[in-house]
Design a protein around this ligand. Structure first.
Ligand SMILES: Nc1ncccc1[N+](=O)[O-]
Length: 234
């Protein structure tokens, strides 16, 4: 999968060179290119934003640099490319969205500052051949820009790309994969500071262990995230 990131803080994404995603890049499973939006400005100050029409506080990102950056990146892009716009005004980013985005041949993350990118950039991008635009929110809070959100989304999607995670089995038994929160996990020693591992897990009875884990998932989801529970069938 090819991932492009457009940002005024390219150095922010140097962390992608380490950890799981760093190895995935080396193995060419993920091809990540970071683009500095200021490379698409032409004035001495490399200006990327200006005051909002209609007044109001903050600054809005100018359309021209974005237009040129996206021309360079998206012209001739393969069908099925998704331009992801991290935004508090977007639809919630979920594991389902991550799984869906992991199937795309190419993702382009446009990181704007919170006050936003001139709306015409988004509207124009939706007319680009082969491109689908999705405004996606990491959560109902305000960040100063899209970079932190893009990083989280790139990690959530990148780890689902086949070959990136060593043992694909570990991707199935995770929170939100089956719509429920995950069960509690334990490892050696069997007693730690007088806290014992639930005896069922030491029983070797795999059927009983699976049933116990499922019950733990349901109990934890009922307690912490009742909104995730499937509607009760009458
Ligand atoms: N919450 C956010 N705040 C600013 C930019 C992007 C955001 N988000 O959630 O994707």
């Amino acid at each position: 999968m090819r991932i492009d990131i457009v940002t005024i803080f390219p150095e922010f994404f140097s962390v992608l060179d380490v950890s799981l995603l760093g190895r995935a890049r080396q193995q060419r499973l993920l091809d990540v290119e970071v683009h500095d939006l200021r490379d698409f400005t032409h004035d001495r100050h490399r200006t990327v934003d200006d005051t909002p029409y209609g007044g109001g506080a903050g600054m809005v990102m100018k359309p021209e640099p974005w237009g040129e950056a996206l021309d360079a990146i998206l012209d001739g892009t393969p069908e099925g490319t998704v331009m992801v716009v991290p935004s508090p005004a977007g639809r919630p980013f979920t594991q389902r969205e991550a799984r869906d985005l992991a199937l795309a041949p190419r993702l382009v993350f446009t990181c704007g500052r919170y006050e936003g990118i001139d709306q015409r950039v988004i509207d124009h991008a939706a007319t680009r051949p082969g491109v689908e635009v999705r405004e996606v929110s990491l959560g109902d809070y305000v960040l100063n820009g899209g970079e932190v959100a893009a990083m989280a989304m790139i990690e959530a999607v990148g780890r689902l790309v086949p070959g990136v995670v060593g043992n694909p089995e570990s991707l199935t038994e995770e929170s939100h994969e089956d719509g429920l929160l995950e069960y509690p996990s334990y490892t050696k020693p069997s007693v730690w500071r007088e806290h014992e591992v639930p005896p069922i897990l030491l029983s070797g009875n795999h059927g009983a262990i699976e049933a116990w884990r499922r019950e733990q998932q349901l109990e934890r989801t009922r307690r912490v995230r009742p909104d995730l529970l499937p509607p009760a069938t009458d």
